[in-house]
Design a protein around this ligand. Structure first.
Ligand code: 13P
Length: 248
């Protein structure tokens, strides 16, 4: 039984005050849910949000981290720094990081390995471009991304990794993959995990869909057999809308 996981990725939005206002609107509305709720905040808000969610069911996520222990990496944040705040999850390999900050599959793999070694759960993002989809390369692309990101990851570690399938053409565009299409790709990712490891772990690992998820389409998406949650961008910025997704 895979526990659904709904994570908000605020991206480069919300200052500390805005983050706290959001948490105050949200935190008492999720106590009854069986869904795991994660807020992936900008670095500057992590500490304050951590205090604000104490005693609630909300989990804390970061949006990125560096793979080295520490040192001369100006502007970067280490796994230990995130752990010190009490971060539970970290988004790794988001397509915006791959696209704008040149993150390769190799870098993504280094980050995934570091996060699991430190006990932070990665939300590993993969997904194809529109061009790749239109030339029928979707399965191949997500397979390569999955295989490369999980290189050197043990079966035990994999249980703590959440995979987020986010077709790039569906991010922030209002276009969602049809729930059947998303489910087919996610079932395929599960098949890749089965080939890499075994059936048991492929049935345990949680795989989210991301890309223009909102309260209006969350039920349909979440009802699909292989989709275990959502990674939500724009619709996670407003508490009421995000709650609509959490209570799909
Ligand atoms: P949107 O929900 O705004 O399409 O963003 C999806 C996303 O990139 C989440 O990581």
């Amino acid at each position: 039984m895979r526990i659904p996981i709904i994570a908000g990725n605020w991206k480069m939005n919300k200052n500390v005050d805005e983050a706290l206002e959001f948490v105050n609107q949200l935190k008492n509305e999720v106590n009854e849910t069986d869904v795991e709720v994660v807020l992936c905040c900008p670095f500057i808000a992590l500490s304050e949000v951590k205090k604000a969610i104490e005693g609630t069911k909300v989990k804390l996520g970061a949006q990125n981290m560096h793979w080295e222990e520490s040192g001369a990496y100006t502007g970067e944040i280490s796994a230990d720094m995130l752990l010190n705040i009490g971060v539970d999850y970290v988004i790794i390999g988001h397509s915006e990081r791959r696209q704008y900050f040149n993150e390769t599959d190799e870098i993504v793999n280094l980050k995934v390995k570091k996060a699991v070694a430190k006990g932070i759960k990665p939300i590993l993002c993969i997904g194809e471009t529109l061009e790749e989809r239109e030339s029928n390369q979707t399965f191949e692309v997500v397979k390569t991304q999955t295989v490369k990101a999980l290189e050197g990851i043990t079966e035990e570690d994999l249980k703590n990794i959440v995979i987020a399938y986010e077709p790039i053409w569906a991010i922030g565009t209002g276009k969602t993959a049809s729930s059947q299409d998303a489910n087919a790709v996610i079932a395929n990712i599960r098949e890749v995990v089965k080939e890499l490891y075994n059936e048991t772990v492929s049935e345990v690992v949680r795989i989210q869909y991301g890309g223009s998820v909102k309260s209006a389409n969350a039920t349909e998406i979440m009802n699909e057999s292989d989709i275990d949650g959502a990674l939500v961008g724009g619709a996670s910025l407003e508490a009421k809308e995000f709650l609509g997704i959490v209570h799909f």
